[in-house]
Write a protein that binds this ligand. Structure first.
Ligand code: PSV
Ligand code: MN
Ligand code: MN
Length: 427
């Protein structure tokens, strides 16, 4: 199934008068504050987020997986699904592949398919947290950090192989996330594990093409429950600095202990020019991978506020960030879920673009705590939905993507095409 611009334009008709009215009203209100609504709309229209190839099927927990039907069963179909998302939202113009879940055996064909949907290849992800068939060594006790040289060599070789696939697709970055760690005290020697990891990462880094970047993702626990080798942003930064200028930290929102001040981490990493990428999701307890903005939308806004500030005051030349959604769960239609996540990201970005930074700085200089909070909350409490809808309209996307998704019976059509009993690769 494909969705054409003509179909979207037709289905937008119902909502276009109301949108014009809402946008006009907000534009006037923002104008009075000296904010150019059209400029914000342009920034929103340019903002693209990568969809991970593993989030298009129904996710599972370790207790079960409930298929929704019509799920993509190969990489081509996954790209088609992202094509649908992109047609509707105009925000999903990139894909992030996980190797070996999604091996592009016919790279030229895959690239062409992605091109036809207006999709580019973002970071490629390696996987040394699961054993694959016919693999000589097991990752049961570790991969890049493992005490055995043969295991580390196999894990390094896999990452080099992932870079090779990425090059075929014009990807420009590698994301490394490790499950390495220990579930019990006494299992590992902390120093040795970290040193091994640094050395292995340096070996991978040496194979990185000159125009590539390497992202080092951290996570405090799971699947290791006592210690994780790359447990936090400090460890990630240490390792990135130990590799070189093409290595960066990657922040996944779910990879923090409860109540961690993630916006402060973001501010610090951009200040050092070492923030490489972002995995969006939301959580209540741990790495829950829930829909972006479904639990803590104010935190998401505060994070975007630091991202916007950091990019506007970029003394350390932090490169443009790789944005990706890393959410997946087992209840909703994954495509509807991704539309909701994309919307939440755009909302937080738009709200952050409204923050009156000079006024905030003046309030901070005066230690006017109340005013500082008021300025942030004024931006956060503005209903920015007309801006986001306008950005989609500008690129001929849907005013209301979920409504059109349902009106066009996308899931029903996918079930007709692919069947009801489908399982996509991923977690
Ligand atoms: C690990 O929890 C993670 O967030 C990493 O980004 C992985 O690549 C992804 O999930 C899928 O396992
Ligand atoms: Mn992640
Ligand atoms: Mn995760």
């Amino acid at each position: 199934m494909i969705i054409t611009k003509d179909q979207i334009n037709d289905l937008n008709q119902n909502a276009s008068a109301e949108q014009a009215e809402h946008f006009g009203f907000l534009k006037l209100a923002l104008d009075k504050k000296g904010i150019d609504a059209d400029e914000i709309v342009s920034k929103l229209a340019d903002f693209q987020v990568a969809i991970p190839s593993w989030a298009l099927g129904s996710g599972g927990t370790r207790f079960g997986r409930f298929s929704i039907g019509g799920e993509p069963t190969n990489l081509e179909q996954k790209l088609d699904d992202i094509g649908l998302l992109h047609a509707l939202t105009q925000t999903a113009g990139a894909v992030s592949l996980h190797i070996p879940w999604d091996i592009p055996s016919d790279a030229a064909g895959i690239k062409q398919r992605a091109d036809s949907h207006g999709i580019v290849f973002d970071a490629v992800n390696s996987n040394t947290f699961q054993d694959q068939n016919e693999q000589a060594q097991t990752y049961k006790y570790g991969s890049l950090a493992d005490r055995q040289a043969a295991v580390r060599e196999q894990a390094v070789a896999h990452n080099v192989e992932v870079i090779r696939y990425g090059k075929m697709l014009d990807s420009k970055s590698l994301t490394v996330w490790l499950a390495d760690g220990a579930s019990f005290p006494g299992q590992n020697n902390f120093r040795q594990s970290l040193q091994n990891t640094q050395k292995s990462l340096q070996e991978i880094y040496a194979e990185l093409p000159s125009d590539w970047r390497m992202f080092i993702e951290y996570k405090p626990y799971e699947p290791s429950f006592y210690s994780t080798v790359i447990q936090d942003w400090g460890t990630s930064l240490l390792l990135a600095e130990g590799c070189g200028e093409k290595a960066f930290c990657l922040v996944d929102l779910g990879h923090h202990l409860p109540n961690t001040n993630i916006e402060q981490i973001v501010a610090t990493l951009i200040m050092k020019g070492k923030l490489g990428g972002f995995h969006f999701n939301d959580s209540k307890y741990g790495d829950d991978d829930l829909t972006v903005g479904s639990i803590k939308p104010y935190q998401l806004f505060l994070i975007f506020n630091e991202l916007v500030y950091g990019m506007n005051h970029n003394d350390a030349n932090n490169p443009p960030l790789a944005w990706m959604i890393d959410a997946s769960h087992n209840i909703k239609d994954p495509l509807e879920d991704l539309i909701q996540s994309l919307e939440a990201i755009q909302l937080a970005y738009a709200q952050a673009l409204l923050v009156d930074t000079p006024a905030l700085q003046a309030a901070q200089a005066e230690s006017d705590v109340v005013l500082g909070q008021e300025i942030l909350q004024d931006a956060y409490r503005t209903d920015v939905r007309p801006l986001i809808r306008e950005a989609r309209l500008k690129r001929e996307g849907a005013i209301d993507p979920i409504a059109i998704y349902r009106k066009m019976k996308v899931r029903e059509n996918l079930i007709k095409e692919r069947g009801l009993k489908t399982v996509a690769t991923g977690l």
